[in-house]
Ligand binder design. Structure first.
Ligand SMILES: [Zn+2]
Length: 262
């Protein structure tokens, strides 16, 4: 049930200025005549007098933000492989576009900048897929390296590791990922990455998790190691996609399919 401009006015009138819509979500009118739907500190949906809408997240691409945008505006936001895409029912779900901070859509949910956002969507989805593929390749290679090593990487195995991987602790979601992309390109399997991912997930219990992986390796099994490594890269996915663009643009290209000749 999206809110139209007249409905906003009606709602606010009935509520005598206190327009609570849902948890932490309020409707108010701005000096410039727009209605704003605020979630916490961000006006996530602006309802314009001409019937258009502007959409914002304030950097919070969360389920709740998505829910408020879907509820009060004419668009439907859905995450596809980690990318926010926008479509609309009024449009018959014919098209989808990349979500962009501050994007303006008409009353049927179609972006004013539709052509550009369509291209952005295609690029974002392609890049994401390519990065997922590179991550899987790297993790498979890493697991083979672990099997060849025959044990969980020890301090001695990690002594010569990449400085970043070994020593620099960062918030994964804001991490510097350029070196990781370089490791993928060079198929350089850094023992410290396995230590780091366990550290991030299990903290003081990382040792026990390492023990489990060690025992599995002795039996020739790498499933646990693989899962933990994939998690390491998943936490960094957005940053990785960005880092690929400068560090290894060719890594984002689609592999050429070999054509069968008759
Ligand atoms: Zn590194």
């Amino acid at each position: 049930m999206m809110l139209t401009y007249p409905e906003c006015a009606e709602k606010l009138k009935r509520a005598r200025g206190r327009g609570k819509l849902a948890n932490n979500t309020y409707l108010r009118k701005e000096q410039d005549g727009t209605f704003r739907i605020r979630l916490h500190d961000t006006d996530v949906v602006h309802v314009l007098p001409n019937g258009h809408y502007r959409l914002y997240t304030g950097g919070w691409r969360t389920l709740v933000t998505k829910n408020r945008i879907n509820t009060y505006s004419p668009v439907h936001v859905a995450a596809y492989q980690g990318t926010w895409l926008v479509g609309s029912e009024a449009d018959g779900w014919q098209h989808s576009w990349a979500f962009e901070e501050g994007m303006e859509v008409n009353s049927r949910g179609r972006p004013l900048d539709a052509a550009r956002l369509k291209k952005r969507k295609a690029a974002a989805v392609c890049n994401r897929r390519a990065v997922n593929r590179r991550v899987r390749e790297y993790v498979d290679g890493y697991c083979q390296w672990l099997l060849d090593l025959g044990h969980f990487p020890t301090a001695a195995d990690c002594a010569g590791d990449c400085f970043y991987c070994r020593f620099v602790e960062e918030n994964p979601h804001q991490a510097n990922c350029g070196h990781l992309v370089a490791h993928m390109r060079e198929r350089y399997y850094v023992g410290s990455i396995l230590h780091r991912t366990l550290q991030e997930r299990y903290e003081q219990h990382a040792g026990a998790a390492a023990g489990n992986i060690e025992r599995a390796l002795a039996l020739g099994r790498t499933r646990r190691a693989k899962e933990e490594l994939l998690r390491f890269f998943k936490r960094r996915k957005d940053r990785l996609v960005e880092a690929f663009k400068t560090e290894w643009p060719a890594g984002l290209k689609r592999k050429k399919r070999k054509r069968k000749r008759k």
